[in-house]
Write a protein that binds this ligand. Structure first.
Ligand code: FAD
Ligand code: SF4
Length: 509
């Protein structure tokens, strides 16, 4: 009899061993469902890009001779939930087998495991053949260690996978980490590489998404979607990045600029997270670029660390802490997001740019996510769960396994320091050093007090003041606390007052 094999929207890897041979007894199933569009409020481009790529994958499989059943969002037969649709398709095709690939989100993993177990012939789960580590591998590596240090994990990965290591297990260039070389601001040169990504007109798809009643936010830009729809496009984009972006990736990794939204970032997260690209091939291409002398080691090491280190590590943190990680809130922050998270209309120029860009492009690069939007959210005491849902909805690359540890852990420190060794917060000085945002801002980057003082400044000192009991003993914050304790009582009280008044009028900032 027939076996149904479910392909989720983030499992678009045409090289998966499932597709190695043609099987008349296998029917591949892909479905666009409200269950997946509605679990959080999503950016329009994220919905369009994922559905478009799913449709392209289905076409490709059919052209390759595979049997495929594709359920569109507006198909009257679509029951809009995965189990209900599978039930209907099993009955329709008289099928008895059900297989699915390891889901990356806890939500889907639990749902499908439960569903598969309840079938008359229990369904089975195949590997996704994507990551370099198993779900529980980081958990095993850290089992006997008090702190989950990314750097420790990353070095293990370098050795185990032989990446940027010389014979004898020495790191290439004699150093494991070149982060210190990767902190330059960008002042206009070298020029940002041209955006050579293919554009697609998905207006018809967008109309059907809207007609189906799916709510969304952000600029749809449906006539000019730049997110790759298949592996071939993703590979072309990877090559362009290696050619033009990678050589400067390291230098400007932490830079931000109001006129250059991509800078030298790869924009590969969507292709990676939907599994069009495999992390091994991206890492190998980057390493080759260094070995042939095309890109410097500090750039290549910095880039590889993000994928071989951070990406695999946060996934391990996620699986070791689910369910429940989403509820962490050690600071007890409960302020709702100001409405300008949804329209970018704030007088703070840095946030206006970072949020505006997120709403326009469904993308912002790491330092914008961490040191502008996340930084402000933590300093202002926004509810970390709401912050998490905003990040999960807005970014085209946001899937819970990678978004949640980055937001709840790295950016909001809501897990109390399981993932990050200190809270990533700063005053205006850092933002001014790494960007051009402060020039022309309504607020005065130097001032701490008064109506036009940059909100980051008072909020920053007040954050450390309020949380001294929890944070003052942290070695990495020694300098911060020495400076805070040097301030006289009057200055500290004025800061607290200014911060309270800012928190009371977030909406007007
Ligand atoms: P590049 O800067 O070119 O980096 C290369 C690749 O490294 C990325 O494509 C990504 O796959 C990987 N990478 C880089 N940093 C991280 C990281 N911290 N964790 C995991 N992988 C990383 N990334 C997501 O893929 N999805 C998310 O939902 C997501 N949410 C985030 C939320 C917050 C609060 C923060 C601080 C970071 C988040 N990141 C997320 C990580 C990072 O910001 C994005 O991966 C990156 O901006 C994607 O753009 P890029 O492909 O141009 O990345
Ligand atoms: Fe942001 Fe403050 Fe700089 Fe304005 S002055 S851009 S609010 S850091």
């Amino acid at each position: 009899t027939t076996t149904l094999r479910l392909i989720l929207g983030d499992q678009l890897n045409p090289l998966h061993s499932w597709f190695a041979g043609l099987r008349a007894d296998v029917l591949y199933v892909l479905m666009e469902v409200r269950q997946e569009t509605d679990y959080v409020h999503h950016h329009a481009q994220k919905i369009i890009a994922i559905f478009a790529a799913m449709r392209a994958m289905a076409r490709q499989l059919e052209q390759g001779g595979h049997r495929v059943h594709y359920l569109r969002i507006d198909d009257p037969a679509n029951l809009q939930s995965i189990p209900a649709n599978i039930d209907a398709l099993l009955a329709h095709y008289g099928a008895s087998g059900f297989e699915y690939q390891e889901p990356d989100e806890y939500r889907l993993d639990a749902q499908l495991a439960d569903y598969a177990a309840r079938l008359p012939t229990p369904g089975s789960m195949a590997g996704s053949e994507h990551f370099l580590t198993a779900r529980d591998e980081a958990g095993r590596i850290f089992a006997k260690r008090a702190q989950w240090l990314m750097e420790y994990f990353y070095r293990q990965m370098r050795l185990v996978h032989g990446v940027l290591v010389e014979p004898g297990g020495k790191p290439a260039g004699g150093q494991w980490n070149f982060d210190h070389d990767n902190r330059k601001p960008w002042r206009g040169t070298p020029p940002e590489p041209l955006d050579a990504r293919a554009q697609h007109d998905h207006s018809a798809l967008w109309e059907s998404i809207k007609a189906a009643g799916v709510a969304s936010f952000g600029r749809p830009d449906a006539a000019r979607i730049v997110w790759p729809q298949d592996r071939a496009e993703a590979l072309t984009h990877l090559d362009a990045f290696i050619q033009h972006g990678l050589p400067h990736f390291g230098d400007y990794q932490d830079a931000m600029h109001s006129t250059a939204t991509r800078l030298f970032h790869s924009m590969l997260s969507f292709a990676l997270n939907t599994k069009m690209l495999n992390p091994r091939e991206v890492i190998a291409e980057a390493e080759d670029a260094w070995r042939v002398g095309h890109a410097p080691l500090h750039a290549v090491e910095g880039f590889i660390r993000q994928i071989l280190g951070w990406r695999e590590y946060v996934r391990g943190v996620y699986w070791a802490n689910m369910p429940g990680y989403e509820r962490h809130n050690v600071f007890g922050h409960d302020t709702p997001l100001p409405s300008w998270f949804w329209d970018g209309k704030t007088k703070m120029r840095c946030l206006g740019h970072a949020i505006g860009q997120s709403l326009d492009d469904a993308h912002a690069h790491h330092i914008q996510r961490l040191m502008i939007i996340g930084n402000f959210s933590l300093l202002a005491g926004l509810d970390p769960h709401q912050v998490h849902e905003w990040y999960l909805g807005v970014y085209v690359d946001a899937f819970e396994w990678v978004e949640m540890p980055n937001t709840i852990g790295m950016s909001q420190f809501a897990d109390g320091g399981l993932l990050a060794t200190k809270p990533y917060v700063s005053s205006a000085a850092y933002i001014d050093r790494m960007s051009d945002y402060c020039k022309g801002c309504h607020y005065d980057k130097k001032a701490r007090l008064g109506q036009t003082a940059c909100p980051f400044n008072a909020l920053y000192w007040d954050f450390f003041e309020r949380n001294a009991e929890r944070l003052a003993g942290n070695q990495r914050l020694g300098m911060v606390y020495r400076n805070l304790f040097k301030m006289d009582d009057e200055a500290r009280a004025a800061c607290a007052e200014q911060a309270a008044s800012l928190r009371a009028r977030l909406e007007q900032l």
